[in-house]
Design a protein. Structure first.
Lengths: 345, 357
């Protein structure tokens, strides 16, 4: 018996390698996703060697806790980008939704009602963008750019000061840190309900995109909208739906972020649309649509989060370089995608 | 005869792309006059003979928007978009302020010219980066310029070391705050630049070629136009004009606020272009329309402030205006209007058919 298993082991390894090679051969668009996994692992190894204390429970759980909202946003953008669209409004939806949520909560609303309202604001924005894009033929980036300014302006109308969530508000429970494994000193494996919610969102999104008709329609629209229409797929409905999903998830991200931070302000989330787009693109979602994976976007979000950790650890890089580095990484990946898709053509 | 000429003049005016922009400006001014009857009053400052008044303020505020709106008009006419103009304004302001504070001498014309030159060269180079990414690499314009929109502010922060640099230089300040025969220098400068750009693109084939690219890039190439070089030129021009806008806007206070200079001004530029009657799908532009659009935006900004609403809320009003304009441009709404106009004949036709049937 033992001889057989020993003989099989290398064979299995080979088939895994073969499978990866076959995947790339069959579909070069997997390449950016694989590249992002390699980069993520590379960054962890580099960080561990250069600064130490990266591969340990508390650093990794903080990485998840601090980026739960970004993971949700990256999933939101994945849906939209897969159809060949874009959503620039997610950052300001977070601002409006969190400011409104904190104010409602402080006005004595029930926590559940507040959370529903926060997600509802996002859905409403998504519906408006979706209808503008689908029924009035407005280009996605113009419609969502308008929504971006509308959200920011409305948030400023509500308040321009930081709004504090009450200390005893039940919403804060979403951001509470729960110890899973009590390690030595502060090296605990910690998790928050927000992280669990993010994981559930990723799982549901994965299921929807890969196992349901709606999900396959999303991919089909990105591939060729007219073909999808001729095939009798519900293109119109799905196109509005992706913006509603993206807006609602932005509202959910606002809940997670507000629960962790406890404050909301009208300038929250400036530039997060870039982070979310960058996360999706780094994770291998092609900006022209049809190619990409939710799990890739999660890796992309973690790459960005890890980058921030490494920049803080390094200390020699000024924090204002962060946006330049994010922009640079985004550019490199867009160029990589361009090279890959051009080869296909 | 004169009556006929009069009506045709009015008909021409109504069909001008910027007619509704002018109507909106008049309406906003009327709103202000309702609140304060002396709103439109212009007085002459007895000390230096300059005109003072709300209208003059509007003209001054409109100048930077005019600059980026002209650049944006040309970029949109090629079927592209330049989201980086606001950040490029911050970069240009940061470069100019750093240069001036390093030069020190507050009266030197040379230092002012050096600062302006350096700022424009750098924004021109950044515009060229956009242009290369769009024309030669073939990226979607909004992605190529989105990178610079977000990274541009980072570049400005690195240039000033994260601070809001202040400098003093009288000739530089004069550009933004000075007056020539009672009219603000910035406005004169903006009008001159609009006229120069307008003259160049309309008196040569350049404007036509830019529109041709926007209508159909492949057809324009077959007609012998070289789209790549032209696209690159357009984005460089847009970058340089954003640089000029940046100089104008930091010049008024002689401080660059890296997070606020030019913040969200890309929407203003897009808005000005759309108000001016250009289509976001590309293929046509109207510099006079963009000019009126910029004036309307400045009036809107001033009115919102005047009505006592927080200035950080103005983006919401602009967003509503741009959504309304996009709706008016869309096929669906146009066909609604057309159907309403054509409705009676269609009914008659069906009635006739019923009779014959």
């Amino acid at each position: 018996m033992s001889v057989v298993t020993e003989a099989r082991a290398p064979q299995i390894q080979e088939t895994v390698l073969d499978r990866v090679r076959r995947m790339i051969g069959a579909n070069p668009s997997v390449l950016p996703t694989i590249a992002s996994v390699v980069i993520f692992v590379g960054m962890i190894v580099f960080g561990e060697v250069a600064y130490g204390r990266i591969v340990q429970a508390n650093t990794l759980s903080n990485l998840l806790i601090n980026n739960a909202h970004l993971i949700v946003l990256a999933v939101a953008l994945t849906f939209v980008i897969l159809t060949g669209g874009i959503d620039l409004s997610v950052g300001s939806i977070i601002a409006l939704s969190s400011v409104a949520g904190v104010m409602l909560s402080n006005a004595g609303w029930n926590a559940i009602a507040v959370i529903v309202a926060m997600i509802g604001i996002g859905s409403l924005f998504g519906v408006i963008s979706g209808v503008l894009i689908r029924y009035f033929g407005v280009q996605p980036f113009i419609a969502t750019l308008a929504m971006m300014f509308l959200g920011r302006g409305l948030a400023s109308l509500l308040s321009t000061k930081p709004e504090r969530l009450g200390e005893d508000s039940p919403i804060r429970w979403i951001g509470v840190q729960l110890k899973i494994v009590d390690g030595p000193k502060v090296n605990d494996l910690v998790i928050t309900p927000a992280v669990l919610i993010a994981v559930i969102v990723v799982a549901v999104a994965f299921f929807v995109l890969h196992r349901t008709r709606t999900g396959r329609t999303v991919y089909a629209i990105g591939g060729s909208e007219s073909s999808a229409l001729l095939m009798g797929l519900p293109v119109h409905r799905t196109k509005v739906l992706v913006y509603v999903i993206s807006g609602s998830l932005a509202g959910l991200a606002a809940v997670l972020y507000t629960a962790r931070l406890g404050t909301a302000q009208n300038i929250t989330g400036i530039g997060w649309e870039l982070d979310a787009i960058a996360a999706a693109v780094i994770g291998g979602t092609v900006l022209t649509g049809a190619y990409g994976y939710v799990l890739g976007s999660v890796i992309g979000a973690l790459v960005l989060g890890l980058m921030n950790v490494l920049i803080t650890r390094d200390g020699g890089i000024p924090p204002e370089m962060t946006t330049i580095i994010t922009g640079g990484i985004l550019l490199v990946f867009v160029l990589l995608q361009r090279a890959v898709t051009r080869k296909r053509e | 005869m004169t009556a006929a000429a009069g009506t045709s003049f009015w008909r021409d005016l109504i069909h001008k792309p910027f007619f509704w922009g002018i109507v909106a400006i008049v309406a906003l001014l009327a709103l202000n006059v309702l609140k304060d009857p002396t709103y439109l009053a212009l007085t002459i400052n007895p000390n230096n003979g300059n005109l003072v008044g709300n209208l003059i303020d509007i003209l001054r505020q409109a100048a930077p928007v005019m600059m980026i709106a002209i650049g944006m008009s040309l970029v949109i006419a090629t079927g592209g978009i330049d989201l980086s103009v606001g950040s490029l304004m911050a970069v240009s302001g940061a470069v100019a302020m750093e240069f001036l504070s390093a030069a020190g001498d507050s009266g030197s014309v040379g230092a002012a010219l050096g600062a302006i030159g350096l700022a424009l060269v750098i924004t021109g180079i950044l515009g060229a980066v956009n242009g290369i990414l769009v024309a030669y690499v073939g990226l979607q314009p909004f992605i190529a310029t989105l990178v610079l929109m977000l990274a541009g502010r980072g570049i400005a922060k690195v240039i000033t070391g994260g601070q809001n640099t202040t400098a003093s230089n009288d000739p530089f300040r004069w550009i933004a705050n000075g007056f020539v025969i009672g009219i603000p220098v910035v406005f004169i400068l903006a009008v001159l630049l609009v006229l120069i750009v307008g003259w160049v693109v309309r008196k040569s084939a350049l404007g036509l070629m830019i529109e041709a690219i926007g209508i159909n890039p492949r057809a324009s190439r077959m007609a012998g136009i070289k789209p790549k070089g032209l696209l690159l030129t357009t984005y460089i021009l847009s970058g340089i004009l954003a640089g000029i806008a940046g100089i104008m806007s930091v010049g008024t206070v002689m401080t660059v606020d890296i997070s606020r200079t030019g913040y969200q001004l890309e929407l203003d530029a897009i808005l000005a272009v759309v108000i001016g009657g250009a289509s976001l799908a590309g293929g046509k532009f109207s510099l006079s329309g963009a000019f009126v659009g910029a004036l309307l935006i400045a009036t809107l900004d001033k009115t919102v402030l005047y009505l006592g609403i927080s200035s950080s809320a103005t983006p919401a009003f602009k967003a509503i205006v741009i959504v309304a304009l996009c709706l008016l441009q869309s096929e669906r709404v146009r066909s609604w209007f057309r159907r309403r106009r054509q409705a009676p004949p269609v009914e008659q036709l069906t009635a006739k058919e019923e009779v014959t049937a």
